[in-house]
Design a protein around this ligand. Structure first.
Ligand code: G4P
Length: 190
């Protein structure tokens, strides 16, 4: 996606440890017009699939997922990363280990929003090691529902999440794939 790649080159910053900082338009401040273009591209790439609901994880997945939900007129469900006092007992959980943060967290979803037999499109900002995506896959599977695709704005192609998800047979679409961030230079996979 050309506009996204230009935005990454003009505003992204490669920082220590193979991290891409895109706070300017994605992780802190949000470029809503770009986010709508991104959502339209996801809708195009998953056209023809039956989708009942969009699913994501708080926080940065919510903006793109919401715009996809708006375009498809579908509800958007997000996993929470802290236990809500209001959730009650019908709660599905998954443990997720973040390599980037070197720590684990629990994802929570109220089981009454995740229904057996439904088809879910997962949307998130980054695909690195794929652990958040695996957590969502676990929750959706626990509920007897199905993932029909996983769309990411930015995939870090030098980490193994993309390969692991595609090897499971999941329809993964990433709008920009980073080949390397070595020496402070952002290089895309063609
Ligand atoms: P994984 O889910 O693919 O395994 O990724 P990992 O646990 O390693 O990453 C943890 C968090 O760091 C995730 O955000 C992920 O989106 C983000 N992340 C990973 N690599 C990069 C990167 O190069 N740049 C940026 N900006 N983020 C990266 P999170 O903790 O869920 O945070 P948020 O959704 O609240 O932003």
């Amino acid at each position: 996606m050309k506009t996204l790649k230009e935005k990454i080159l003009n505003n992204g910053e490669s920082i220590n440890g193979g991290l891409l900082k895109v706070d300017n338009f994605l992780n802190h401040q949000i470029d809503a017009s770009l986010m709508m273009e991104i959502a339209k591209e996801f809708v195009r790439r998953y056209s023809g699939k039956q989708i009942d609901k969009i699913i994501t994880v708080e926080a940065s997945g919510i903006a793109p997922a919401t715009m996809v939900g708006y375009l498809l007129d579908l509800p958007v469900l997000f996993a929470k990363k802290s236990k809500p006092g209001t959730m009650g007992s019908n709660m599905l959980t998954a443990e997720v280990f973040s390599f980037t943060k070197n720590s684990s967290y629990t994802m929570y979803i109220n089981g009454s929003y995740l229904n057996s037999g439904e088809k879910y499109l997962f949307i998130d900002d980054f695909l690195a090691n794929g652990k958040a995506a695996e957590g969502i896959l676990g929750l959706v599977t626990q509920a007897g529902a199905e993932i029909v695709g996983m769309g990411f704005i930015i995939e870090k192609g030098f980490q193994n999440g993309g390969k692991e998800l595609r090897d499971k047979g999941i329809h993964v679409e990433s709008l920009a794939i980073i080949e390397s961030l070595d020496n402070g230079k952002i290089v895309f996979r063609e």
